[in-house]
Design a protein around this ligand. Sequence first.
Ligand SMILES: Nc1ncnc2c1ncn2[C@@H]1O[C@H](COP(=O)(O)OP(=O)(O)OP(=O)(O)O)[C@@H](O)[C@H]1O
Ligand SMILES: [Mg+2]
Length: 175
Amino acid sequence: MGDLIDGLLLLAHLTRRAMQRRSVDLVPIVHDIVTRLRSSDPERAVDLVVPDSLVADADPRLVRSLLENLLGNAWKFTNKTAGPRIEVGTVATGEPQASAFFVRDNGAGFDMAFVGKLFGPFQRLHANTEFPGDGIGLATSQRIVQRHGGRIWAEGAVDAGATFYFTLPPPVPPR
Ligand SMILES: Nc1ncnc2c1ncn2[C@@H]1O[C@H](COP(=O)(O)OP(=O)(O)OP(=O)(O)O)[C@@H](O)[C@H]1O
Ligand SMILES: [Mg+2]
């Protein structure tokens, strides 16, 4: 209940708070979050694959919250998977000069027939008994990405993992 209220307060807050945009490297934030997940769940061994640097022009606090949600999901939904693995990186989107970041896992996945529901508040595709949660993390993630003028989308398959893609403005080149 506490988590739910915190999540809802954050979601409400995100629509109002002024953004503080600057050049942010996502990679140290990813390492920090995964280190915390590992220490909260020390019996699990989850491989992390991440490049040296992934830079965007974004609000560092909001980016941390976005990555906490996506990495927290990847961590949770690989809970029953042998050889769990989380990968963070970028892919070309086909749109002019736009690449997307992604967070990919090899966990429980989901049925693409319901992909349209994922980002709605309180929408969950897995039973609470199997994978607990409130269904607020992806709604928050979508709000964060949209506030940056980006978009977020997902691909997955049942028992074959999930990938969450998102775009953020590129870093402003130094003058
Ligand atoms: N990495 C993933 N693999 C498989 N399914 C996912 C993944 N991430 C999200 N989902 C599906 O999308 C639903 C919504 O995700 P969301 O993060 O909003 O909620 P939650 O993780 O269930 O709860 P909360 O984030 O509030 O703790 C999940 O319940 C799950 O069904
Ligand atoms: Mg979640």
